[in-house]
Ligand binder design. Structure first.
Ligand code: PEP
Length: 255
């Protein structure tokens, strides 16, 4: 495959962890450890921490992301934050469709598509999460599930907009459980996602598409996962909250 056409992206997903002061401290700890990274480094943090993260990452190679955004530009959506608002404060990345949003907060393939569209309209780069539940894997429908999620999420996205989309394959059974997909399982699904991008947009788009793996990636297993031909980085939950662990994954992606 054409892995050399893609730059790996290692993104931390801090979830509902860290206050603004703790954000500053963690970023200060990560910064020197990843300064020489030969991959893109992103930290996605709770809304309340975005200003602290933007301030602490100034002048560094670490980019900041949010963990979700609403599809409307503004309006009566109590508790929500729009893609335009993220753009206005200088946030370049946003995670959309994380399985915790889908499982606990009612996100559907349709709302994921709307959020994706809004984020692209606002000029953000989207980390689009897809992945199957354990029962779906056991039923042998992983590929159908993941293909459907990707197809619906991208239904309003034009080829020239794909440069601002990263797809993260995250088997739900591997998120926060300590269970990791084997390198072969991760690569098999990532490859299928790339083949779908080829079907939808052509080989050049597929060759350029960054497809991450996420699900209990850590300092110990990152090198093997990231060495797979279709794994172009990782979305990291638990291990992104510990500076040395996150840095070790960044280093593994830089080889
Ligand atoms: C995630 O939240 O996207 C994730 C992959 O979490 P963890 O690394 O903890 O499994």
């Amino acid at each position: 495959m054409n892995k050399e056409l893609r730059k790996a992206v290692i993104a931390g997903n801090w979830k509902m962890n860290k206050t603004p002061d703790e954000t500053k401290a963690l970023i200060e700890a990560i910064k020197p450890l990843v300064a020489k990274a030969d991959c893109d480094v992103v930290v996605c943090v709770p809304y309340i921490d975005l200003f602290a993260a933007l301030e602490a990452t100034k002048g560094s190679n670490i980019k900041v992301g949010a963990e979700n955004c609403h599809w409307a530009e503004k309006g009566a959506f109590t508790g929500e934050v729009s893609a335009e608002m993220l753009k206005a404060i200088g946030v370049p990345y946003v995670i959309i469709g994380h399985s915790e949003r889908r499982t606990y907060f009612g996100d559907t393939d349709e709302t994921v598509a709307k959020r994706t569209r809004a984020a692209i309209d606002a000029g953000l780069t989207v980390i689009l999460c897809v992945g199957e539940y354990l029962e779906q894997r056991q039923l042998g429908i992983t590929m159908e599930v993941v293909r459907t999620q990707v197809k619906i999420a991208l239904k309003d996205i034009k080829k020239e907009e794909l440069d601002n989309i990263i797809i993260a394959y995250e088997p739900v059974w591997a998120i926060g459980t300590g269970l990791t997909a084997t390198a072969e399982q991760a690569n098999e699904v990532n490859k299928a996602i790339r083949e779908l991008i080829c079907e939808l947009y052509g080989q050049d788009a597929a060759d350029k598409m960054v497809v991450q793996y996420g699900g209990s990636m850590n300092a110990g297993n990152a090198a093997e996962l990231l060495a797979q031909p279709d794994v172009d980085g990782g979305l990291i939950g638990g291990a992104s909250l510990k500076a040395p662990d996150f840095a070790a994954i960044v280093e593994a992606a830089s080889k």
